[in-house]
Design a protein. Structure first.
Length: 249
């Protein structure tokens, strides 16, 4: 029995050491079920579809992944928002970097939101107008999670800040108090997954508006995000996202 336990431990270590916490299979579709609580206490359910649209390996071996995420506009029966998420995997040191908010995706999110708003009003932005919008948006900083399969529970991740300016408006996003919180088996509609667990505080400030969320996220090898829960300081959950289906190409 002791020998069997030792072999199992070694096997797990080999698997963990080579695990990337993102999906690198182009064409894979990850479907997520989300539930958010509105200001009047009602549960708002929606489905987010994430498709791996590009996977590239650089000369140094680092793998870059681009995912297209399509989600419904809150309060709309037909409108959709398309955003892009990015991640990299370095096989040399087994680090997966998940971009929570970066320059490219932040700019694209603002532009897509404005395009959708114009389209809902029956107007269309020209290519030159879109380019002008992109050039007027200034982003400094980046929020990211560096995930390693052999990291010790309790290891901290440095505080980070992203500042986005658009015209007279400035939005500041902070990622604070981030740390690895061990490993857990997570059961979601898509199945059971062995995950690394991350906790952090996300703070968003725009003008006089402030929002502080306490995030817990679980990432599985070869998949990426499996579950994410956002709560307030008292621990009251205000939104939850869970992987509901995986469709391989």
């Amino acid at each position: 029995m002791k020998k069997l336990f030792t072999l199992a431990f070694v096997a797990f270590s080999v698997i963990a050491a080579s695990a990337q916490y993102c999906c690198t299979d182009k064409g894979t579709v990850l479907e997520y079920a989300t539930v958010a609580t509105s200001e009047d206490g009602k549960a708002i359910e929606s489905t987010v579809t994430a498709t791996v649209i590009d996977v590239a390996t650089a000369a140094d071996g680092i793998v870059s992944v681009k995912t297209e995420e399509v989600s419904p506009i809150p309060g709309s029966d037909f409108g959709k928002i398309t955003e892009y998420a990015y991640a990299t995997y370095n096989p040399a040191d087994t680090t997966t970097v998940v971009i929570i908010a970066g320059e490219e995706d932040s700019k694209a999110s603002v532009v897509n939101l404005l395009k959708t708003s114009f389209e809902a009003a029956g107007q269309t932005l020209s290519d030159s107008q879109i380019k002008e919008l992109e050039e007027s948006i200034k982003v400094k900083g980046e929020l990211k999670l560096s995930l390693k399969p052999d990291i010790a529970a309790g290891t901290k991740i440095a505080n980070q800040t992203l500042r986005l300016s658009f015209g007279p408006e400035t939005m500041v996003m902070n990622l604070w108090e981030a740390k690895y919180d061990g490993y857990e088996t997570v059961k979601v509609p898509a199945g059971d997954f062995e995950c690394i667990k991350i906790v952090y505080v996300q703070n968003v400030k725009m003008g006089t508006n402030k929002q502080k969320s306490y995030i817990t996220a679980w990432y599985a090898p070869g998949v990426g995000l499996v579950r994410s829960v956002s709560a307030d300081k008292k621990g009251t959950e205000n939104s939850r996202t869970e992987l509901s289906h995986i469709k391989k190409p």
